[in-house]
Design a protein around this ligand. Structure first.
Ligand code: ATP
Length: 363
């Protein structure tokens, strides 16, 4: 069941000249879905969310909630709960007063409000914190109060704008798990804005990857990771090697490309890719599909190890290959030395990938 629909939505700000902050965005979000708008700073995520909230009206296009047009409806008529990066709590009020705020505005009786505030605080694991002052709480606790305040009004939709940005790395991870648990339990349709791809991947049912006001791809975390629609998505989500390689043969959903070594590999390609023999294709090779092979293997790309990053579970290698493209590889247990500036560089060989999408055509 579709809960939110954005149809050809654009936003131009008077001051920013011709460039649209949001440019012809089409999205459908299902009831109960956790949907993320992901992209680099300035790509239009916040502007899109603000149009859904009603803080901005689109310059063109329509927004519907449950099939009903809300394009020009005032924010307080839309029944959405918002959670912001800076919490936006009232510092002079207690936790309970903050959470009760939306209920008071809605003229919910005192007794009902007290019960619902207690329930909402329990939901975010802050039972008993009601009488505390906001400045007596940690950042993570404050963000959970903000979440309780948004949820207590039982909104039809939860809108979250970079809610974890002010938290340190460990707390971010804990809080994202919490947010997702609470969202699952309440079943509230949620739209989440972040520039952090790991966060988006970990939390979302589906992700819209945005760049320059436009949606580049919509898909599940697995889809955007394994079948990036273009080079931007391939580079933005996770690590990726994007290589320009000549096409030797093309089929509906696969193409064979020629490696610099002369060997050929087959790569998955999106339907309607339009590539033909002789074209150059951008091939995205995830580090985990680049396998290290013997340096004597004739088909392999030869490269020099220029960086080794040990992360615990895997080691990330960066290799400088003949084409000047840098390939990377995660290995579980291998000990490899970086050449560094002073010592002899370790020569390795990489076998390019069996799979992963082909993106844009080049030239
Ligand atoms: P960030 O992660 O940095 O918040 P974002 O992806 O959320 O970025 P937006 O805040 O939506 O991006 O901004 C998109 C574009 O619109 C930017 O170029 C920005 O400068 C511009 N913009 C946003 N708000 C306004 C405004 N009120 N007036 C003029 N231009 C704006």
């Amino acid at each position: 069941m579709i809960d939110v629909e954005l149809e050809s939505v654009s936003k131009r700000f008077a001051k920013s000249g011709d460039a649209a902050a949001v440019d012809d965005v089409n999205l459908t979000i299902g009831a109960g879905e956790f949907f993320t708008l992901l992209g680099p700073s300035g790509c239009g995520k916040t502007t899109t969310l603000r149009m859904v909230a009603g803080f901005y009206f689109p310059s063109a296009g329509n927004i519907r909630f449950g099939g009903q047009d809300v394009t020009r409806l005032a924010p307080n008529k839309r029944d959405t709960g918002m959670v912001f990066q800076n919490y936006a709590l009232f510092p002079h009020m207690t936790v309970a007063q903050n959470v009760a705020y939306g209920l008071k505005v809605r003229k919910v009786s005192r007794a009902d409000a007290a019960r619902r505030v207690a329930e909402a605080l329990a939901e975010v694991h802050l039972d008993g914190y009601g009488p505390r002052r906001i400045d007596q709480l940690s950042g993570g606790q404050q963000q959970r109060v903000a979440l309780a305040r948004a949820l207590v009004i039982r909104p039809r939709m939860l809108l979250l704008d970079e809610p974890l940005s002010n938290l340190d790395a460990k707390l971010r991870e804990e809080t994202r798990t919490e947010i997702r648990r609470i969202q699952r339990e309440s079943g509230t349709t949620s739209i989440y804005v972040t520039h952090d791809q790991a966060e988006a991947m970990a939390m979302s049912d589906r992700i819209a990857v945005m760049q320059s006001g436009r949606v580049q791809q919509v898909g599940t975390p697995r889809e955007v990771y394994h079948q990036p629609a273009n080079a931007f998505v391939a580079r933005f989500i996770g690590r990726s090697n994007v290589l320009s390689l000549p096409v030797a043969a093309a089929e509906a959903t696969r193409v064979d490309v020629v490696l610099p070594s002369g060997g050929q590999v087959s790569a998955g390609a999106p339907e309607g890719h339009g590539l033909r023999e002789g074209d150059t294709a951008l091939v995205s090779a995830r580090p985990e599909y680049v396998t290290l092979v013997s340096a004597t293997d004739a088909d392999a790309l030869r490269g020099q190890v220029t960086a080794v990053e040990f992360t615990g579970m895997t080691t990330h290698l960066t290799l400088d290959v003949a084409t000047r493209d840098v390939a990377t590889r995660d290995v579980a247990t291998r000990d490899v030395d970086t050449g560094g500036e002073k010592t002899q560089m370790t020569v390795a060989a990489v076998d390019t990938p069996e799979r992963i999408g082909v993106g844009d055509r080049v030239g």
